[in-house]
Design a protein around this ligand. Structure first.
Ligand SMILES: [Zn+2]
Length: 298
């Protein structure tokens, strides 16, 4: 109940980690026990114009593990598990308003995916290059109706994606693969929480998707809308044959998640620490102000 929550001022940070199904079953980052990562505060709640946003953690990366050798702070929350007691897809607008106010320039989002490309197997990590979400997000944060143009190109930051893939390849199990952004793979977004039906999986596949993700499009779109770089840290828990097997009620391969959630969590933390605050990419320029006559004259 939000009326009993004590609200905090939004701390200034440059970095955000949005957790998800990739971290299920873990207190993130406490259970990862990664040296150089501290939880400064948890259960933070912030006021936004769209309501209170709860369950935030404030993390600190020690100077010894960051790209620039300086202490950095990051905001962290379990976005599509927030609020905790009911499904509310508008939570992303509150979350990213918090990130915008915080000054976040880089967002790492963790999730699991199902593969509809037969060459991508359970246990693989997929750093997709593009997304499909035909409604975009109904919960836009762009101020004004026509004040900004947001490009749909380079929706995943190539610079952050390379850092993430390099980090993952150093620790990911050798029997599984890390598919980097250079492969040009496409993630379709389905809000859930129901898992994708066999017919939907085929539809997404025929539209050009390689994987299906329940938590990527609002995160990617809202990152663009606040001018931040976005990179997904996602691994596969169901393959094409799992979607198509109508004789089995379950979809996910049950042994994949527990064995890889700790590793994926570590990849996310190491990647966040290694992303420089002034990364050499053009993501922030892909949100551009429009000439005043486009919204002042009508
Ligand atoms: Zn970028």
């Amino acid at each position: 109940m939000t009326q009993d929550v004590s609200l905090s001022p939004i701390p200034k940070t440059g970095l955000a980690i949005i957790t998800g199904s990739a971290n299920w079953g873990l207190a993130f980052p406490e259970d990862v026990g990664m040296p150089g990562v501290r939880v400064l505060a948890r259960d933070l709640a912030f006021e936004t114009p769209y309501g209170v946003s709860e369950n935030w953690k404030l993390l600190e990366f020690d100077a010894s593990i960051t790209a620039e050798g300086r202490t950095r702070q990051a905001l962290c929350m379990y976005s599509h598990g927030n609020p905790r007691d009911h499904i509310d897809h508008s939570c992303h607008r509150r979350s990213f308003w918090v990130l915008m106010e915080s000054g976040v320039t880089h967002v790492v989002a963790c999730s699991t995916v199902g593969a509809v490309n037969k060459a991508i197997q359970p246990g693989d990590m997929v750093v997709n290059a593009d997304i499909i979400e035909l409604t975009q997000t109904p919960y836009s944060l762009l101020p004004g109706r026509q004040r900004f143009d947001c490009s749909g190109k380079q929706i995943v930051c190539p610079h952050c994606a390379d850092i993430l893939a390099e980090t993952a390849r150093a620790i990911w199990p050798p029997a599984c693969r890390v598919h980097g952004i250079e492969q040009g793979l496409v993630a379709a977004h389905a809000y859930g929480p129901r898992l994708t039906s066999p017919a939907e999986a085929l539809a997404f596949r025929s539209m050009g998707a390689d994987v299906i993700n329940h938590s990527i499009a609002p995160e990617a779109t809202l990152s663009r809308e606040i001018g931040a770089c976005f990179v997904p840290c996602a691994f596969v828990t169901a393959g094409f044959n799992d979607y198509m097997d109508r004789s089995r009620g379950s979809l996910l391969q049950e042994d994949v998640l527990p064995s890889l959630s700790m590793l994926a969590s570590r990849v996310a933390l190491e990647t966040a620490a290694r992303i420089p605050s002034d990364s050499a990419c053009s993501c922030s320029s892909l949100k551009s102000p429009q000439p005043a006559e486009r919204y002042e004259r009508y």
